[in-house]
Design a protein around this ligand. Structure first.
Ligand SMILES: C[S@@+](CC[C@H](N)C(=O)[O-])C[C@H]1O[C@@H](n2cnc3c(N)ncnc32)[C@H](O)[C@@H]1O
Length: 223
């Protein structure tokens, strides 16, 4: 798929600045968001988690700290290479697309995806694949940006569309961070994404608004 190739090469190119810009542009909040995702994903019974769109492995690291074994899937080799360098034990990086996961049905206790689903334009295809590989009673946990409402919306849009690309241009990655803004604007509203999760077979969906609604955490079950 052409679109997936473009996304892949964009992430391959920004990999060396990715972690630093995540920290800087989120004012270090991204660390807390991923911790919250891991807390929702892993409990005493959780053994194997698929971290989809694992990127440079920061989300996988939080899952490992909670005691799960993690398989990390990504389409970007460069991202996976950094993740492998950071994490040695209980972590298996796999190069694959969310649209065609190379796993049998019902093998994961949970599937997590931090800031990845927005890049999967065939969102429903990806969610149905996720549903297929989760065990019965297993969990889906998705962390994704959103546009806040109320008084935060206007200043946030200014930050996202003007300040973020300007900072990114200092590191020669302006285009990728312009894409960040437009992809957040183009992504589902929380209530629409919740409905899509339900349509794809997930139940008992809980949504958590984080940092004034800049980020949402979606937790659902496969029943
Ligand atoms: C914004 S990064 C998030 C990385 C990581 N989860 C984190 O929290 O920093 C998005 C990742 O999604 C991956 N990605 C995009 N489309 C994908 C697809 N169709 N299948 C698998 N990975 C994909 C990209 O290569 C990239 O590494």
């Amino acid at each position: 798929m052409k679109e997936t190739q473009e996304i892949k090469s964009m992430f391959d190119k920004i990999v060396s600045r990715y972690d630093f810009l995540n920290r800087l542009l989120s004012f270090w909040q991204d660390i807390l968001w991923r911790k919250k995702m891991a807390t929702e994903a892993v409990n005493k019974e959780t053994q194997l988690v698929l971290d989809l769109a694992v990127g440079t492995g920061d989300s996988a690291k939080e899952l490992l700290k909670k005691g799960a074994k993690v398989i990390g899937v990504d389409i970007s080799f460069e991202m996976l290479r950094i993740a492998r360098g950071k994490i040695q034990n209980d972590f298996t990086p796999v190069s694959a697309s969310a649209y065609e996961l190379p796993f049998r049905d019902k093998i994961f206790d949970a599937v997590t995806c931090a800031f990845g689903i927005r890049n999967m334009h065939e969102t429903e295809v990806a969610l149905r694949e996720i549903h297929r590989v989760i065990k019965d009673n297993g969990k889906i946990i998705i962390l994704e940006f959103s546009l806040p409402s109320g008084f935060v919306r206007k200043p946030y849009l200014f930050y996202l569309k003007k300040i973020v690309p300007s900072i990114a241009s200092l590191f020669s990655v302006k285009t990728a961070y312009e894409y960040l803004g437009s992809s957040i604007e183009g992504f589902y509203k929380p209530e629409d994404f919740t409905e899509l999760l339900q349509n794809c077979g997930f139940k008992n969906i809980k949504t958590h608004s984080l940092s004034f609604g800049v980020v949402y955490l979606y937790v659902g079950e496969k029943i």
